[in-house]
Design a protein around this ligand. Structure first.
Ligand code: SAM
Length: 327
């Protein structure tokens, strides 16, 4: 390896010059002894200092792709929740990858492994601790809002960040918005942060509700947070909503009756659902239409989109539709 040998008093000046001229060899470590600093360089240069050849120490870089290739890891995912990274990988490789993540990403203090599927009414999952500090409280920023939540006790998906932005951008300042299944508050808080609309948010899980209250405070927004079952609480919001968000893809259909109770005529609904890749939209739209028809209402499709892949054969979709209540 080529090094330029510089007396210590000139080291800063030479370091700057090497950077400016793009002569630094960034793959090797700079070393020093009592009198000299040795900068690794890409090629010979004549700037009045001795050039020597010596064995260099390579800088180890974090290269996830190489790591996955080296151990022939086929299935892997990585999500960042602010200070926490969540990986999904065969347990036997978790520590190896977790330690590499902690070493490489300064802001990541904890690495957790997904240790089960999302389950139950609260839509939570088990996480196993892997590396760094043993902590499960995420502190995550999305679309200009900060969210704090216990990742084991509440649902949160960073993969919905675009979807939440798409929704708050559609909201008008004069609307009443009802967010059902609000979790720790991301849809409701982002809407209230970006628009002057009146926002109410209903959540059944006590832990999620407590974090929603905290997040409302942190983000200094006005959201009416309600702890309870949408099926019951909705009667306090009869004919309230110009817009309803229904982010419970596993079970939205069973809450269409609540949706009709809260909806004003011409209410816009954002309806999330899981479905088969080839017919998710038709299947859900037809079911919604049939339900509304039986309940004295018509619907008009505004738009539809795939939110994200969910499994090998399923996707999460959102259907935006308008409710027209019959007189
Ligand atoms: N909207 C949040 C988000 O995007 O992060 C959370 C969505 S999560 C898929 C669904 C949430 O609905 C969970 O927090 C769960 O506790 C809540 N939930 C389930 N059934 C409910 C019900 N009947 N009434 C109110 N909330 C409910």
């Amino acid at each position: 390896m080529l090094y330029i040998k510089v007396n210590k008093k000139d080291a800063d000046k030479v370091r700057k010059l090497l950077k400016e001229k793009d002569l630094f060899n960034n793959n090797y470590l700079t070393t020093s002894d009592n009198s000299f600093v040795y900068f690794p360089i890409k090629k010979y240069i004549d700037i009045g200092y001795e050039i020597i050849e010596k064995r260099g120490k390579r800088i180890e870089r974090f290269n996830l792709e190489n790591l996955l290739k080296k151990y022939n890891i086929k299935s892997f995912s990585l999500d960042f929740y602010g200070n926490i990274a969540v990986i999904d990988v065969d347990k036997k490789y978790a520590k190896l990858i977790g330690d590499a993540i902690i070493k490489h990403y300064k802001r990541i203090k904890t690495v957790l492994l997904k240790c089960g599927a999302i389950k139950g009414i609260y839509r939570t999952r088990k996480f196993c601790f892997v590396s760094g500090e043993k902590n499960y409280i995420a502190n995550y920023i999305e679309n200009g809002c900060r969210f704090i939540f216990d990742i084991r006790k509440t649902y949160f998906s960073t993969r919905l960040a675009y979807e939440r932005k798409r929704i708050y951008e559609m909201v008008n300042d004069k609307e009443n918005v009802l967010v059902m299944f609000a979790g720790v508050g991301p849809f409701a808080i982002e809407i209230a942060k970006h628009k002057k609309a009146k926002v109410a948010a209903i959540e059944l899980n006590k832990d999620a509700y407590r974090y929603m209250i905290k997040n409302i405070e942190i983000n200094k927004v006005n959201v009416e947070a309600v702890l309870g079952d949408v099926k019951e609480v909705v009667y306090n919001y009869k004919d309230f909503a110009d817009r309803i968000v229904m982010p419970l893809p596993k079970d939205s259909y069973n809450f269409l009756d609540s949706c009709l109770i809260a909806a004003k005529d011409k209410c816009i609904v954002h309806y999330y659902a899981f479905g088969k890749i080839d017919n998710a939209f038709d299947e859900h739209f037809n079911k919604i239409k049939e339900f509304m028809n039986k309940n004295n209402a018509d619907i008009e499709l505004i738009s539809k989109r795939v939110v994200r892949p969910y499994s090998a054969s399923e996707i999460e979709i959102v259907i935006d539709f308008l409710i027209k209540k019959r007189k």
